[in-house]
Design a protein around this ligand. Structure first.
Ligand SMILES: Nc1ncnc2c1ncn2[C@@H]1O[C@H](COP(=O)(O)OP(=O)(O)O)[C@@H](O)[C@H]1O
Ligand SMILES: [Mg+2]
Length: 347
């Protein structure tokens, strides 16, 4: 554990682990049903293994994405870290302290998944209320709240508008604003981009990047991989409660070029036919062809033909593996069995 306690420390290169979980597991027991079978009474209940031995490490100052399909256990992990739920087994530390430590809680800002906002509060009143909950004095709140509206990019009329008049994107942004009102060191966001349109998602990405620039650690969950790919320093992929992969995107994704996309115009019929045979994907439209070739040598051969036949090279794009392709490959490796099992206890 490389956590460095606050205070003078000459080793500037020490990497601080700000969130760490060790074999974190959570089993939900739910749906009790009483069943009478002859003279024996059964008490049936179902168990859902939501998390199984999850080991995570989030480093100081990074943007860390907890990624996984719906039901993977992302919210469960976050709720345990935030002290909303207790783990069934395993342990976790934030800034080197066990969960629940009050001094650490003051350093954390949190936006839950699907937050509930009180409709009739105006934006400014809402943030002022949260500022009070964090114990911020009035003078601090008066200065910080207008800054927050600017940081999260809310329009000029937002402070005086009741929250029932906010769009989904505005609500997410004011949600992020309440998460950072106490100027926390760690910002935890559960699916901050869900339900937003592409523009709204970009705005949240930009806010997350600006939080990192101001020195904060951002730990967020998402099932929108393309968004995570653009901003995360490191990611963990969870599936059915288990860690499938964790690391820097550059290390996880294969650096090798996966395939070559060539778009050309004016090739001879014979070359088009030859190239069709080697192509992973082939689209022909009038004079143009789009081909995806798996080998560099095949792409070179086609380029030579383009020159030879005085055809036009419209584009040549080497394609690397995307996070989405990696994710689908990793997630489909997992066993198909459901972890929701029926368990019977005799009374
Ligand atoms: N309160 C609960 N009671 C029973 N099962 C739950 C509860 N909350 C979540 N689950 C189950 O635990 C698993 C993980 O859920 P969750 O952590 O919400 O996943 P995610 O956030 O990745 O979508 C799912 O199978 C979900 O149905
Ligand atoms: Mg969730």
């Amino acid at each position: 554990m490389a956590f460095r306690a606050p205070g003078p420390c000459p080793q500037k290169t020490t990497i601080m682990i700000v969130i760490q979980t060790e074999k974190l597991s959570k089993i939900y027991s739910h749906d009790f049903i009483d069943v009478e079978y002859g003279r024996i009474k059964f008490n049936w209940f179902r168990r859902t293994v939501a998390l199984e031995n999850l080991d995570l490490e989030v480093k100081e100052g990074e943007i860390f994405g907890l990624l996984g399909p719906n039901g993977a256990g992302k919210s469960t992990t976050i709720k345990i870290l935030m002290g909303i739920l207790f783990a069934s087994s395993g342990s976790a530390k934030i800034m080197g302290r066990p969960l629940g430590d009050k001094s650490v809680k003051q350093q954390i800002g949190f936006l839950p998944e699907n937050p509930f906002f009180y409709d009739y509060l105006k934006g400014e009143e809402f943030l002022d209320y949260y500022g009070q909950l964090y114990g911020l004095p009035k003078s601090v709140r008066r200065k910080r709240i207008p800054e927050l509206f600017e940081t999260v990019g809310l329009p000029a009329h937002a402070p005086n508008l009741p929250l029932k008049g906010y769009s989904k994107g505005m609500l997410q942004r004011i949600g992020v604003a309440q998460a950072i009102i106490s100027d926390p060191k760690i910002v935890v966001l559960d699916e901050p981009q869900s339900g937003l349109d592409p523009l709204g998602r970009k705005e949240i990405r930009d806010i997350i990047l600006s939080l990192k620039e101001s020195g904060k650690t951002v730990f967020f969950s998402s099932h929108i991989l393309s968004d995570a790919e653009l901003i995360c320093d490191r990611v963990a992929i969870v599936n059915r409660g288990r860690l499938t992969a964790m690391g820097e995107l550059g290390h996880l994704l294969s650096p090798k070029v996966k395939e070559y996309e060539v778009i050309a115009s004016g090739l001879s019929k014979e070359t088009v036919e030859n190239v069709r045979r080697n192509a992973v994907k082939f689209i022909e439209r009038e004079n143009d062809v789009l081909v995806i070739l798996p080998e560099e040598s095949q792409a070179r051969e086609l380029l030579a033909k383009i020159v030879q036949e005085k055809a036009t090279l419209v584009s040549l794009t080497p394609r690397k593996e995307t996070l989405e392709e990696y994710f689908i490959r990793e997630v489909s490796k997992a066993p198909g069995e459901s972890k929701t099992a029926g368990v019977a206890g005799v009374r």
